[in-house]
Design a protein around this ligand. Structure first.
Ligand code: GDG
Length: 505
């Protein structure tokens, strides 16, 4: 039987679902205004790559905000984009005030920091909640108008936690799934949310609620049990059954991944090899340590810079041997906290470079503040001897997986935060670190840059095997199967990660 990406899956494969409808905050297209009107370019990224074939093969659709505030007529551009991508794109229009309060406000000043355990950064403005509810209702109305009872509606991420509840109120009978791309916090953090019960009840309106890791699902269950008495849970594997009041739903851990074969073949291309060669040519005789992040306070960039400084202070012999290339991609401009973070990062880079640039003129940190073209990004992945991925907390972290997929010679070293969702799957091959422990990260850096080739190879081989086995197509398929399969015991036990515990190597 054909699987979702057209490859073979078992006979219970997810293709029992007739039509897939994806709902997310943003449509998978990038719109730009030119002299001749609106132009659109297809979005990129793993999620779009994995879901697009399913949508195309089943005449599915994607519902989302096109990314432009106001009620401009985008129908021409979206019709053209629909023809290009091969499935329908349905816009949900939002005006500027709604974008400010639902997206910038509730989603990114409340849920984003709280769910990353940073409650001191939250602005619990009640106005944000009102608009969040209103916009979730609007998403539900548009979805109701474009769907039928046999569809499977798959809603993505923290912007749309209330959409199913609204859809049910509007009479939708279709099966509803939800996937949270960011972490779900533990009870003592979640409980600070003024709308904690409303959000939990709304999530129970889905038939399947998916998380990145077992830890996130455990936190969700813990919150349900504490805040909605009478909740019970059956099953401990990848997918479990939750009963709460009138509702019986499923919940699972589905670690998102990448199209690892595509990364592998793209990184083997002539253009990427040339880009990698240029990068190393300009940094001769040096090991490159790479950081790639969206500008975000959850990514641990400042602590990482301090750990790199400590490495060079403790091991002056590395000063002429290693360079940290830190790529920061501009993100969420205008949201409080992001501008000051940029100033802090840039101040620190200047300070460290000022302190540690020696007479050779070799600058310790190369700082890049812009989005790279894909070829250049892959060039950096291939050229770098070490990837330093140290978020304070992250749903998954795809950069870690992409770096490994591009390490064709299997000689790169991954240093990974214990608090990235990816820790569960990558704990055996990576050097695991506590990103708050600056001396510990400096020690891991020393270990990485002095690691023997055979150990590098053994570790990276293990990492690549695990990423190949659980790629993005596996992720889509296992999520969709979890919503229809009768026997939950057929789902494997996914790996867990307990911070502080030493993984068996
Ligand atoms: C959220 C969750 C979860 C980065 N720089 C450039 C560039 N990128 C691409 C990477 C990667 C993506 O952006 C970043 O993904 P991450 O997973 O690392 O982080 P978030 O953006 O915070 O994503 C996260 C994810 O959702 C998926 O569920 O893993 O935990 O926070 O794909 O390659 N791409 C290009 N140029 C760059 O400079 N072209």
């Amino acid at each position: 039987m054909a699987g979702y990406d057209g490859r073979e899956v078992n006979e219970h494969g997810a293709d029992q679902i007739r039509r897939l409808v994806v709902v997310s905050n943003r449509l998978p297209v990038v719109l730009s205004k030119s002299a001749g009107g609106w132009r659109s370019e297809p979005g990129s990224g793993g999620l779009v790559t994995a879901i697009a074939p399913v949508l195309r093969n089943r005449g599915g659709l994607w519902i989302g905000w096109p990314g432009t505030a106001g009620r401009e007529d985008l129908s021409g551009a979206l019709d053209r984009a629909t023809r290009d991508v091969g499935y329908s794109l349905v816009p949900v229009s939002l005006d500027k005030e709604e974008v400010d309060q639902y997206y910038r406000g509730f989603s990114n000043e409340i849920i984003w920091p709280l769910f990353h355990d940073l409650q001191t950064k939250c602005n619990f403005d009640p106005l944000y909640w009102d608009t969040y509810r209103e916009v979730n209702r609007r998403f539900a109305e548009v979805t109701r108008d474009h769907t039928a009872p046999h569809d499977f509606i798959w809603v993505h991420d923290y912007h749309l936690m209330l959409t199913a509840q609204n859809l049910r109120a509007l009479g939708t009978e279709a099966r509803l799934g939800f996937f949270l791309h960011i972490p779900f916090p533990p009870l003592d953090i979640f409980v600070k949310l003024p709308w904690r019960r409303e959000i939990l009840r709304a999530l129970l309106s889905y038939d399947l609620v998916g998380f990145q890791t077992l830890r996130d699902r455990r936190n969700f269950v813990q919150c349900l049990i504490a805040l909605l008495p009478g909740t019970s849970v059956r099953g401990r594997g990848q997918v479990c059954q939750i009963e709460s009041g009138e509702r019986a739903i499923r919940s699972g851990a589905f670690p998102i991944s990448i199209d690892s074969r595509q990364f592998e073949s793209d990184s083997a291309s002539h253009d990427v090899a040339e880009s990698a060669w240029h990068i190393h040519e300009n940094l001769p005789d040096r090991q490159i340590i790479l950081g790639v992040d969206r500008m975000d306070y959850t990514k641990g960039i400042t602590d990482r810079l301090r750990a790199f400084r400590r490495l060079l202070e403790r091991h002056p012999e590395h000063r002429d041997e290693v360079t940290l290339v830190q790529v920061v991609v501009p993100s969420r401009r205008g949201i409080p906290g992001y501008e000051s973070l940029k100033i802090e990062i840039e101040g620190l880079v200047g300070e460290i470079n000022g302190q540690l640039t020696g007479p050779s003129g070799k600058v310790p940190i190369h700082y890049i503040y812009r989005a790279l073209e894909r070829t250049e990004l892959l060039g950096y992945y291939r050229a770098s001897e070490v990837a330093l991925v140290t978020p304070l907390k992250d749903g998954m972290n795809l950069v870690a997986k992409e770096y490994c997929a591009c390490s064709l010679e299997e000689n790169g070293v991954l240093i990974l935060s214990e608090f990235a969702g990816a820790a569960a799957e990558l704990q055996r091959g990576a050097l695991m670190v506590n990103p708050y422990d600056i001396a510990g990260v400096a020690d891991a850096l020393h270990k990485a840059v002095t690691m023997r080739p055979d150990e590098r190879h053994r570790r990276m081989h293990q990492l690549r095997q695990s990423i190949k086995q659980h790629d993005i197509f596996w992720w889509v398929d296992s999520f969709l199967r979890a919503s229809i399969e009768r026997d939950l015991s057929s789902f494997p036990v996914v790996e867990d990660y307990v911070p502080g515990r030493r993984p068996a190597v």
